[in-house]
Design a protein around this ligand. Structure first.
Ligand code: ADP
Ligand code: MG
Length: 353
């Protein structure tokens, strides 16, 4: 049986704000699950209902098969790590980490041992006597993690746990959290508005918008097969070209876009549609490729953003349409990897992409 079941859960705050709108979600045991969506879409509210800090207006939350409706936060098999890693400033690291166990009235010898174990897990072995103000932001976040883990919850809830860290440290901590989750094996549910964070860490992601879950899938599924314009645009970068679709037989459509031409594609849509192509699926060549399976357009270099290992190049293809191409700086037999404004290239991609 799944560790978390969220059934038709809504939350309407006093004043009428519908922060969470009829959400259904199931999280399996041992998953690293991410709630991803723009700021204000209801992620924190959903997480707080799992923790018991908010009560659903309607619907049901089950953890480990038990209805949580009447279960207080401290009686739930979950623990939460907050966005602003709240550690008690006047307590040493070991006092911070052992706090929950002392509240539970565990014996001192057990507390000592479990605190040491938790500190080892977050790579703070030997830091027990330090005070929070003697530690970096990243280290304080590890203390908050240890304090949550020491209670051995079935589920760890993490609300934007890395958002206060700088980019370099954040990336390192992402890897560490993945490693930590694999080590302890408990279910992690992380909230983030950062799509690269969700893609790189989670095994499954629920994409939220305006209180609703829009799609639940693995990172690769979300990226390759977004189920809506919103998800396509929110996950990664994408070119969305206005086009017209007309039926072209059983499960086929003819899609027409200015300066791209006519495409015969699988699908069932009609009327105004968005033709979507990921920037890294676009290839660039000085000579025109000959292949009926490719979409081929002429493009002129506009803005260029150079990132070292790759460049983002905006190509004007006429009629006011611009295509972003993400061009990797793979081992090339050329002196310089640069694109200059107004240079003309052939752009092409596989029809299926
Ligand atoms: P997220 O974590 O995705 O940024 P939140 O869950 O914090 O979103 O908030 C969702 C919506 O609910 C927002 O519009 C927010 O202003 C509103 N909201 C959150 N908490 C409260 C509250 N206690 N009272 C009233 N409105 C709230
Ligand atoms: Mg939030």
């Amino acid at each position: 049986k799944p560790i978390i079941e969220i059934k038709n859960v809504s939350k309407i705050f006093p004043g009428g704000m519908k922060a969470v709108d009829d959400v259904n979600l199931t999280v399996g045991r041992g998953e690293f699950f991410a709630l991803l969506g723009p700021s204000g879409c209801g992620k924190t509210t959903l997480l707080r209902m799992l923790a018991g800090f908010e009560t659903p207006t309607s619907g049901q939350v089950l953890i480990d098969g038990h209805d949580m409706a009447t279960v207080a936060p401290n009686k739930r098999p979950v623990n939460m790590v907050f966005q602003s890693y709240a550690v008690f400033p006047h307590m040493s690291v070991e006092k911070n980490v052992g706090y929950g166990l002392r509240m539970d009235g565990r014996p001192n010898s057990e507390i000592k041992q479990r605190v040491e174990e938790a500190l080892e897990l977050v790579k703070l072995g030997g830091f027990g006597k330090r005070m929070p103000n003697e530690m970096s932001g990243g280290q304080r976040q590890r203390v908050a993690l240890a304090r949550a883990l020491v209670k051995r919850p079935s589920v760890l809830l993490l609300d934007e746990p890395l958002s206060a860290l700088d980019a370099k440290l954040r990336e390192a901590m992402q890897l560490e959290l993945v490693h930590l989750q694999a080590t302890v094996g408990i279910t992690f549910v992380i909230v983030t508005h950062d799509q690269s964070e969700a893609l790189s860490m989670a095994n499954r992601i629920a994409v939220m918008n305006a209180g609703k879950v829009r799609q639940v899938a693995s990172p690769a599924q979300l990226y390759e097969y977004p189920n809506s314009r919103f998800v396509a645009d929110f996950i990664g970068k994408i070119n969305l070209i206005n086009a017209k679709a007309t039926r072209n037989g059983e499960n086929r459509v003819k899609v027409e876009a200015p300066n791209i031409g006519e495409l015969d594609l699988a699908g069932n849509v009609e009327g105004d549609v968005g033709l979507a192509i990921r920037p890294e699926k676009i290839f660039v060549s000085e000579t025109k490729p000959e292949n009926p399976d490719l979409v081929i357009v002429r493009g002129e270099v506009g803005e260029v953003a150079y990132y070292g290992s790759f460049s983002n190049v905006f190509f004007h293809i006429g009629g006011g349409t611009t295509l972003l191409a993400d061009i990797g700086n793979i081992s090339r037999d050329i002196e310089e990897f640069t694109f200059k404004r107004d240079e003309k290239y052939w752009l092409y991609w596989k029809k299926g992409d």
